[in-house]
Design a protein around this ligand. Structure first.
Ligand SMILES: [Zn+2]
Length: 253
């Protein structure tokens, strides 16, 4: 994808051309500006666009390995069930936890870590308007979460996943001095909005070596989805590994 800075220069050049050579300048200005706006929105909404932040979304590997990730926990009811299913299949996962949920579930975070899973940062507030925060407010939100993770498991998380998968210039600025590796996904299971059957069908259809799958450990039906998915992955001889192993990166500093 062309970087937003380059596209902005092109946008200005086209506007000048329209102003100098075309009739109905107003209509062309509106159409070109709308196209530019749609482009900017698609850059922000697609976590793997690489428009603002270098994001890892899939591993380049020949080995039959995949990683599963869980966002938005820890949840006192669902996360323990997810952990026991992972144990049953001897699968290791990565949990992108929300700071305010960790605060109420410190023992659960310890357990996730003790079982050999990885913990990543998914902001403190996961606020609906997080994307509109100033970069300083974003920074404070992310650092507060890392502070609590460190306090509980004595490890400095290095993996970060933006809320709703949205990236923008403010987040780029916020992350600049924080030394995080931003993680996206190659398969979005849509487990929060689709039925168990539809979610499974969607994942199986697109599954291939090196994939990073996005799940959520705060919804009831993830328990059924996960068990069926792990059974399928086993039958297809996929090895489920943590993100640091799949991507050959460090999960903690
Ligand atoms: Zn989330």
């Amino acid at each position: 994808m062309i970087k937003p800075g380059t596209t902005f220069v092109l946008y200005i050049v086209v506007l000048i051309q329209v102003y100098l050579f075309l009739p109905w300048k107003g209509i062309f200005f509106i159409i070109i500006s709308l196209l530019f706006l749609i482009y900017l929105i698609s850059c922000s909404a697609n976590i793997c666009s690489q428009a603002y932040i270098k994001t890892l979304c899939k591993a380049d590997t020949n080995q039959k390995k995949i990683a599963i990730t869980f966002d938005d926990g820890p949840d006192p009811k669902i996360t323990p069930q997810v952990l026991s299913i992972l144990d049953k299949y001897n699968a290791k996962a990565t949990f992108f936890c929300i700071g305010k949920h960790i605060e109420d579930n410190k023992e659960l975070l310890k357990e996730i870590d003790k079982k050999g899973h990885i913990i990543g940062n998914h902001t403190w507030s996961h606020d609906l308007w997080f994307d509109l925060f100033s970069y300083k407010r974003m920074q404070a939100d992310i650092e507060k979460t890392n502070g609590l993770i460190f306090e509980i498991i004595n490890k400095k998380a290095k993996l970060f996943r933006p809320p709703y998968g949205v990236t923008n210039p403010a987040l780029k600025r916020a992350l600049k001095r924080l030394n995080f590796q931003t993680i996206g996904w190659s398969i979005r299971s849509l487990d929060t909005i689709k039925s168990t059957e539809k979610t499974l069908k969607r994942i199986k259809k697109g599954l291939s070596t090196g994939d990073i799958i996005l799940f959520h450990d705060n919804r009831e039906h993830i328990v059924d989805i996960l068990e069926s998915f792990l059974e399928y992955a086993k039958s297809e001889n996929y090895e489920i590994v943590t993100l640091d192993e799949l991507l050959n990166i460090k999960a903690y500093e």
